[in-house]
Design a protein around this ligand. Structure first.
Ligand SMILES: NC(=O)c1ccc[n+]([C@@H]2O[C@H](COP(=O)([O-])OP(=O)(O)OC[C@H]3O[C@@H](n4cnc5c(N)ncnc54)[C@H](OP(=O)(O)O)[C@@H]3O)[C@@H](O)[C@H]2O)c1
Length: 337
């Protein structure tokens, strides 16, 4: 994943929807990645598809998602649609013979995620949830430190992903029937990073949400995850508190902090490692995590190597989200089932 030249014939990508995340990050990443080619763009509005295709040099622009899926030249599809459309379009793409990189959260609940994964298995196509942050050198170094046992046994993981969302009723994050809400939108990262560092699944959760009366979605969510054997995680997700995207790990031999842990940007990242009373700031040369993600996926499509994070169980993160929402609604701790 470090050399710049493609080791494989570029994979032809199609994008469903002219989403902000596609325009700002993922389409540029596909264009910049030697093992990928942006082949087609589809939008509900043909002129938007044409404009985006022109901007990124895609060969085809389609005025309907079905048309892109019917294009035999498209090999991989990126899905940056509102959350409630992840399942139907991921399944449609898989059944059309495409590999799928689908935005987070993969679905609205664990049952939907299992259904999607079953179709991926049946069709033999890749289906990956686009948690781009984990491809950054910063995250990979942090994981190395934890897995090498430098922190001893983990006792606590704190993670947060919050930002201030402007009050715009058109934003998909504020639409209850589209899978809006802070826990779905950014809490999914705070949960995912804890599962990644813990290397196991939480057994139960206790969560509290602040609900918007106007929109019926959670604007803020805090949760405790019990991973058993003395490890507890605390997480925070919010649309109403300015920029926090950190993780902090406390172990029996030391602690590690990623003050800007989920940042996909190209500037150097920082890890703060504390061991035996000594605090060291480690500067990690950052790289564009979206490009790393597209590259890993494309090379795996070509069979050059397995996916960096393997064939993960796509319902695992959703099971924790389901349990957090159930706990926030009942006021009780809920077993992650
Ligand atoms: N990985 C990351 O860093 C990251 C960052 C931000 C967001 N995301 C995820 O990416 C997805 C999209 O987020 P976004 O902020 O980019 O959203 P967005 O700008 O609102 O884009 C969503 C796109 O979906 C299409 N769409 C189809 N049906 C729609 C409907 N009924 N209402 C609204 N849009 C509809 C639209 O494209 P057309 O009209 O052109 O068809 C629209 O541009 C979400 O799942 C989000 O969680 C990921």
């Amino acid at each position: 994943m470090t050399e710049k030249k493609s080791v494989v014939e570029p994979v032809r990508w199609g994008v469903l929807g002219c989403a902000r995340i596609a325009n700002n990050w993922v389409a540029p990443a596909i264009v910049a990645t030697p093992s990928a080619q942006l082949w087609a763009v589809a939008s509900r509005a043909p002129d938007r598809a044409q404009e985006m295709a022109r901007r990124f040099g895609a060969q085809k622009a389609y005025g309907a998602y079905e048309q892109l899926l019917a294009d035999p030249d498209v090999e991989a599809v990126y899905i940056p649609l509102p959350n409630h459309l992840h399942k139907p379009w991921a399944i449609a793409a898989l059944r059309a013979g495409k590999h799928v990189l689908c935005e987070k959260p993969i679905a609205l609940n664990a049952a939907e995620a299992r259904e999607m994964q079953a179709v991926a298995q049946e069709t033999g196509n890749l289906l990956v949830e686009a948690f781009m942050y984990r491809y950054s050198p910063l995250m990979r170094q942090a994981l190395q430190i934890v897995r090498a046992g430098e922190l001893g046994e983990l006792r606590a993981i704190h993670s947060a992903f919050t930002f201030v969302l402007p009050d715009d009723p058109r934003n998909v994050r504020l639409q209850a029937d589209m899978g809006g809400g802070a826990l779905y939108d950014v809490g999914c990262y705070a949960i995912h990073v804890q599962r990644l560092f813990a290397g196991r699944e939480p057994v139960s959760t206790y969560a509290r949400c602040l609900w918007s009366e106007q929109y019926g979605v959670d604007l803020n969510c805090a949760g405790l995850l019990d991973f058993g054997q003395g490890l507890v995680g605390s997480l925070h997700a919010g649309f109403d508190t300015p920029g926090n995207t950190f993780f902090r790990l406390l172990g029996t031999k030391g602690s590690l902090e990623g003050p800007d842990g989920f940042s996909p940007r190209e500037r150097p990242g920082v890890l703060v490692l504390n061991r035996a009373g000594l605090t060291r700031r480690l500067t990690v040369p950052q790289a564009n995590a979206y490009e790393q993600e597209v590259r890993d996926f494309s090379e795996a499509v070509r069979g050059a190597h397995p996916l960096l994070y393997g064939n993960e169980s796509l319902d695992a993160n959703m099971r924790v989200i389901d349990a957090c929402y159930a706990s926030a609604k009942s006021g009780q701790a809920v077993t992650v089932s």
